[in-house]
Design a binder for this molecule. Structure first.
Ligand SMILES: [Zn+2]
Length: 410
């Protein structure tokens, strides 16, 4: 049942396949847990299967990368370049949180169309809607609506009855565990055989890799990864983006208020849009290391670009054409410029725009280059061809290619 999606072909082996997107899991989280003996199952999988690094899609945001992963394609193809974009025809900032903004078919929908029994489990419900685009006969579950979504067509009432425990708060470690528990239940009850499981990065926004909160989380995650592998499924694990501390030594967020700085230099009219903005602001206060800048027609774009490039903490600034080529972004959903900031720096709009009181603890966030490299682990060895490929510029959105086409014993 080979199929082609977005000019790439997929020929899945006759086994159950599980792809896990472990949200915000920079490789150091796994290293820290491995070093302390907290993830024996995943460590074993990495040793006998494959472990490497892959580069995510930019900006290193959640929806951007989940969409890229299920499409096997970068944002230039998917159209999902953030949670928000400025519709220049209306002047409105538009939230890209439903499937109408997705510009391509997904691997999940195509696999379902070829007869795979697809299961999609996400923490956040908005992501479930985008990821299940075009899927006509699969099982789609979100932890957020574990008690509500009617699953009677699939032989169980709700995700809650399937898992056997109430759905947890979205702001918890349990939200991510619940994703894996639901996945394990779908496999163990033989309800699905082509799964995409996407967790949430609440823990990574809260804890660095060596803090107890993170180590406990990965210990629990490991048990459920073991459960998934024990069903006999091939499991692949990657992440949407990494995570870094973005604060000063005193714990306050390390912010460039870019619109404020540009207004001081050029007057009003420049609009700095932060596409990390979403309803889950507790995680990051709408502060990440990526911004797109709309420059009014009266101003010279290169002059503004040079000004931004001179700001301490900005690591890259590109005009639209370069951003499309270098960052694989859809040109009509970004501004005249895009800017990225350093490992410990975020880009804000104006001080008034951000409610820093919503932040729980010191700011940890993502969005830029320093959150670009993410783990790639497979429970089965790669074929020689794919091993060679993985040594090149492997992307996190190659994960379905690897698990469908690239493992030994096909
Ligand atoms: Zn994420």
């Amino acid at each position: 049942m080979a199929f082609v999606v977005n000019d790439r072909s997929y020929d899945p082996p006759d086994r159950k396949l599980v792809v896990i997107c472990l949200d915000g899991s920079a490789d150091e989280y796994l290293d820290a847990a491995f070093d302390r003996g907290r993830m024996p199952r995943l460590r074993e999988i990495a040793a006998t299967g494959y472990r490497g690094l892959a580069r995510c899609a930019m900006p290193s945001f959640t929806n951007v990368n989940n969409t890229a992963i299920v499409s096997g394609a970068p944002p230039a193809v998917t159209g999902i370049s953030g949670n928000y974009f400025l519709d220049t025809t209306t002047g409105q900032e538009v939230m890209m949180n439903d499937a109408s903004f997705l510009r391509c078919p997904t691997i999940l929908a195509a696999a379902g169309g070829e007869g795979s029994r697809v299961g999609i489990v996400t923490a956040k419900d908005k992501l479930r809607e985008i990821l299940s685009s075009g899927l006509t006969n699969g099982i789609t579950v979100s932890v957020e609506k574990a008690a509500e979504l009617d699953m009677s067509a699939h032989g169980f009432e709700t995700a809650q009855t399937l898992v056997g425990e109430p759905g947890p708060s979205i702001y918890s470690a349990d939200a991510s565990l619940y994703v894996l528990k639901t996945g394990a239940a779908l496999l163990e009850r033989n309800l699905a055989d082509f799964l995409y499981l996407s967790t949430t990065d609440y823990i990574q926004h809260s804890f660095s890799h060596d803090e107890a909160g993170a180590l406990e989380f990965y210990t629990a995650i490991d048990k459920w990864i073991g459960r998934l592998v024990d069903t006999g499924a091939d499991v692949a694990l990657t992440a949407d983006h990494g995570m870094n501390a973005k604060h000063l030594p005193d714990g306050s967020p390390n912010i460039i208020y870019l619109e404020t700085e540009l207004t001081a230099a050029f007057g009003k009219g420049i609009n700095v849009l932060l596409p990390i903005t979403d309803p889950y602001v507790v995680h990051h206060g709408a502060l990440g290391s990526f911004a797109t800048i709309h420059v009014p027609s009266g101003l010279d774009v290169t002059t503004v670009k040079d000004r931004i490039a001179g700001i301490d903490g900005v690591t890259e600034v590109h005009d639209r054409e370069t951003a499309v080529r270098l960052l694989e972004l859809p040109g009509d959903r970004i501004g005249e410029l895009v800017a990225l900031s350093g490992r410990d720096v975020v880009i804000g709009k104006t001080p008034e725009h951000h409610d820093l009181t919503v932040l729980e603890g010191a700011l940890r966030s993502h969005g830029g280059r320093y959150e670009e490299m993410v783990p790639m682990i497979l429970s089965r060895r790669l074929s020689p061809d794919y091993k060679a490929k993985a040594m090149g510029d492997l992307r996190n959105f190659d994960v379905f290619d690897l698990i469908c086409n690239g493992t030994e014993g096909k």
